[in-house]
Design a protein around this ligand. Sequence first.
Ligand SMILES: NC(=O)c1ccc[n+]([C@@H]2O[C@H](COP(=O)([O-])OP(=O)(O)OC[C@H]3O[C@@H](n4cnc5c(N)ncnc54)[C@H](O)[C@@H]3O)[C@@H](O)[C@H]2O)c1
Length: 255
Amino acid sequence: MKAQFDLKGKKVLVTGGASGIGLGAVQAFLRCGATVAINDLPGSQNLGDAIERLKAEGHNVVAAPGNVGDAADAPRMIREAIAALGGLDYLINNAGTPGTKSPIPPSDFDRQDDDFWSLLLNVNLLGPFRCTKAAASALKASSGAIVNTASIAAHGMGGSSSPYCATKAGLLSLTREWSRALAPQVRVNAIAPGVVDSNWMCRFDEVEGDRFNPEIVPLRRIGTPEDYGEAILWLAAGADYVTGQCLNVDGGMTT
Ligand SMILES: NC(=O)c1ccc[n+]([C@@H]2O[C@H](COP(=O)([O-])OP(=O)(O)OC[C@H]3O[C@@H](n4cnc5c(N)ncnc54)[C@H](O)[C@@H]3O)[C@@H](O)[C@H]2O)c1
C-alpha cells in the first residue's frame, strides 16, 4: 500500500532525479499531484527522456540540468529551478557517485588518490551542502523539508570505497547539523538505502557475487527505486515530528 498525500501546489526539486532512486522519488511526488523539478547532469539523455515521458503522461515537471559537484553550477541550478517552480517545498539531495566502476577495497590506498577523494567529496558531500545553502531561504519561507540520500555504507556495511563510505557518513552528520540549523521551519532527514536495483555505475556483482543475492536481505528481495522513493516521500511530506534522523531502507540488512 502506497502512502497518499495531497501535494497539489507543492513544489519539489530532486537532484540526480533522472534515474534510479531519484526517479523513484520523482514518480512518488508526481503521483501525489506535486510539481517536480528534475535535476541531473547537463546533457543527460535520461533527463531528456524522463521529462518527455512524464510530460506526455500529463505530469507537471521541469528540467533542471546542472552539476551539483560544481561550486558555481549547483547554486545556479537551484536558483533557476526555484524561479521556474515559483518556490520550493521539498529538496531531495539524491545525486551521488561511486566514482569507480568496480569496488575499491579499503586496503587499496593507491586507488584512493586526491582526484578520487575530490570527486566524491564534491558530488556526495559538498553537492548537498551547496544545494541546501542555495535553497534554505525558499524552504524556510514554505516551512518545507529536505531529504538526503545517504547509504548503509555510512554505517560500516561496506560500499564501493572508503571515501564513498566517508562521504555518506558525513552526509548523515550534516543531516543532524542542518536539522538544527534550519529548525523550526524546515525538517531535515535522510534515507540510507541498502542494495538498489538502479543504473549505479559501480557493479558489485562482478566482484562480490552475492551482493545482489536476495538471500542476504532479510526481506528476500533487492530494493527497487519505488521502495526508496516511497520512503523519501514519507519523510518529506509526512513525518511531521521527525527531524535530524536517518531511516534505513534496506530490507532489514542493518539488523
Ligand atoms: N546503487 C546503490 O547501490 C546505492 C546504495 C545506497 C545509496 N545509494 C545512493 O543513492 C543515490 C542515487 O543512486 P542510484 O542508485 O539511484 O544511482 P543512479 O546512477 O541510477 O542515479 C544517480 C543519478 O545521479 C546523477 N548524478 C551523478 N552525479 C551528479 C551530479 N554531479 N550532479 C547531478 N546529478 C548527478 C546521475 O547522472 C544519475 O542519473 C546516490 O546518492 C547513491 O550514493 C546508491
